[in-house]
Design a protein around this ligand. Structure first.
Ligand SMILES: NC(=O)C1=CN([C@@H]2O[C@H](COP(=O)(O)OP(=O)(O)OC[C@H]3O[C@@H](n4cnc5c(N)ncnc54)[C@H](OP(=O)(O)O)[C@@H]3O)[C@@H](O)[C@H]2O)C=CC1
Ligand SMILES: O=C(O)C1=N[C@H](C(=O)O)C[C@H](O)C1
Length: 269
């Protein structure tokens, strides 16, 4: 029998981290060996609030280098914050650990740098702005539609504790649309914002609007306008469990990769 894939989770106490801990613990060919949490060190996960049912062999480190050095995991799942996630991903690669990154908000420069490190070491990295299969389809359907509708606005809607705006999904959707859409500045050529931000952020002339409200989880609507018609493509995550099948696919796939993959759509059949 093959050895289980040894996994470390960064950000275990977070909304996504808690789901990921459950996923890894409930997947027979994965083994949760450790966690990275800046508020805990030299302890085990079952000592951390809300994790009393985890095994006492799951060690928690505040320092990622110490964690990777001592546990020699195969995979890091990072679900933290943009700056921390980037540092963790880089540290993982330097310790020959393959990162599956759900954390959003990385800059293009950071993605380029991580790709270079991954390729120079022959290691896989998956950075997936959205792990939900429905969201990946929403992005792909939007890309298909953009070939025929060049006027498009993206409205992403999230809970009010989200740090980054626009969302990683909103940016990725705009980038996928950009691949097929004739570049265009939308709206009236003389339009003026009388209040800053009224028209949202601008990606290649497309507008991306970010809604933040308690009661929301993760939702996105992509609206296309043409002569006498409107097309709306929408996805809703009502529960963070929606992201976990994508995380599982990434952990399984990353062992076979030797470069950086940005977006779950690039590893699905
Ligand atoms: N790709 C996808 O499908 C999805 C991606 N996301 C992304 O995942 C990330 C996490 O989201 P979410 O779980 O909602 O956020 P949370 O704020 O709930 O969780 C983030 C966790 O990271 C911890 N953290 C912060 N800084 C550090 C650090 N230096 N070292 C270790 N841990 C740290 C936080 O601890 P504390 O609270 O104590 O500061 C918290 O436990 C975000 O970037 C979000 O955009 C979210 C959903 C789906
Ligand atoms: O912070 C979140 O919650 C989410 N973040 C990701 C993003 O920025 O797109 C994915 C999903 O939308 C939930």
């Amino acid at each position: 029998m093959n050895e289980p894939i040894k996994v470390v989770i960064a950000g275990p106490r977070g909304r996504m981290g808690r789901e990921a801990v459950k996923l890894v613990m409930n997947t027979s060919h994965f083994k949760l060996v450790g966690a990275i949490d800046y508020k805990y060190d030299d302890t085990t996960l079952n000592e951390v609030d809300g994790f009393t049912d985890t095994h006492d062999s799951v060690k928690v480190f505040s320092n990622p280098d110490d964690c990777f050095q001592e546990l020699l995991p195969d995979v890091l799942i990072d679900l933290t914050t943009p700056e921390t996630g980037y540092e963790h991903t880089k540290a993982a690669l330097l310790h020959n650990v393959r990162p599956v990154v759900g954390t959003t908000g990385f800059t293009d420069g950071q993605l380029d740098e991580l790709k270079e490190i991954a390729e120079s070491r022959g290691l896989g990295v998956i950075i997936a702005p959205n792990f939900a299969i429905g969201a990946v389809l929403m992005m792909k359907f939007s890309q298909m539609a953009a070939k025929y509708f060049e006027d498009v606005e993206i409205i992403e809607m999230h809970h009010d504790q989200k740090l980054d705006a626009p969302s990683g999904t909103g940016i990725k959707t705009a980038q996928m649309i950009q691949e097929v859409r004739t570049s265009k500045k939308q709206g009236h050529p003389n339009e003026k914002e009388t209040i800053d931000g009224a028209r949202g952020s601008d990606i290649d002339g497309m507008r991306v609007h970010s809604v933040r409200l308690p009661g929301l989880i993760a939702h996105q609507q992509v609206m296309f306008g043409g002569e006498g018609q409107l097309l709306t493509v929408r996805h809703d995550s009502h529960d963070r469990a929606s992201f976990m099948s994508g995380v599982r696919v990434c952990v399984d796939t990353i062992m076979k990769l030797d470069t950086l993959v940005y977006g779950l759509e690039n590893i699905l059949d």
